[in-house]
Design a protein around this ligand. Structure first.
Ligand code: ZN
Length: 238
């Protein structure tokens, strides 16, 4: 009698179970080895064995935000928690490029404090989306990690699927303000069923010329949003 399982059933045998266990062990040994050869360094001062030391975390937490709220049409207003320099700049870069995801927590707390201080009224939190290709490359959207902290603290829902990036745009780094705006024309689309009549807090990591926030907000207004406020961790000094 043929008692083999039909091919559509995934067969978990003792040998491939132990294989996955071996690869998990190998991975942790590899990580330990990497830590020995390249120990983590404080993103602010370079001190060995920590991603951020107590002193730098203290600066990160207690740097006072600038008081400014700027107009940035079509957004109702925009504010940032700090100028893009020093430890906070390093933290934003580490979150974006070095996979230091935990740093999203103190940065997200800064965003929450800032938005509370402004007293803005909003009912939906939306992180600026990444294109799916870039999301696959990085494995996460740094703005979504930040927005999730704000959503948790304020108990206001975060909606991540309300806006999509429809085009894979080239990096904005090194482009002029006009080039940045041109680069982002029609780069976003918002879903009316998720944003019509909503007051939105749009969250991103860095504000440089406002081209990204502006293009994203335009898509939200086109889809029927009532108001859109922009909040970023840092703002470049222009
Ligand atoms: Zn440090």
């Amino acid at each position: 009698m043929d008692n083999r399982l039909p091919p559509q059933f995934p067969v978990v045998t003792r040998s491939n179970l132990s294989l996955s266990r071996i690869s998990a062990i190998a991975e942790s040994i590899w990580k330990e080895t990497l830590n020995l050869v390249f120990p983590p360094r404080c993103l602010g001062c370079g001190k060995v064995d920590t991603v951020i030391c107590t002193g730098c975390l203290n600066i990160l937490t207690h740097t006072r935000p600038p008081n400014s709220v700027q107009p940035l049409p079509p957004l109702n207003a925009i504010t940032s928690t700090a100028v893009h320099k020093g430890v906070i700049r390093e933290a934003v870069q580490a979150l974006k490029y070095d996979h230091t995801r935990l740093i999203a927590v103190p940065l997200g707390n800064r965003l929450t404090e800032q938005v509370r201080a402004k007293g803005w009224q909003f009912d939906t939190i939306i992180p600026v989306p990444l294109h799916t290709h870039r999301l696959k490359e990085r494995g996460y959207n740094q703005s979504e990690l930040l927005a999730a902290i704000v959503a948790d603290e304020t108990m206001i829902p975060m909606v991540t699927v309300a806006v999509e990036r429809t085009r894979l745009t080239r990096s904005q780094v090194g482009l002029s303000a006009t080039e940045r705006r041109r680069n982002l024309v029609d780069a976003f689309i918002a879903h009316p069923d998720l944003v019509t009549g909503r007051s939105i807090l749009l969250i991103d990591d860095v504000y440089t010329t406002g081209a990204t926030l502006g293009a994203c907000a335009q898509a939200l207004f086109d889809a029927g949003a009532l108001s859109v406020y922009g909040l970023t961790v840092t703002a470049a000094q222009n």
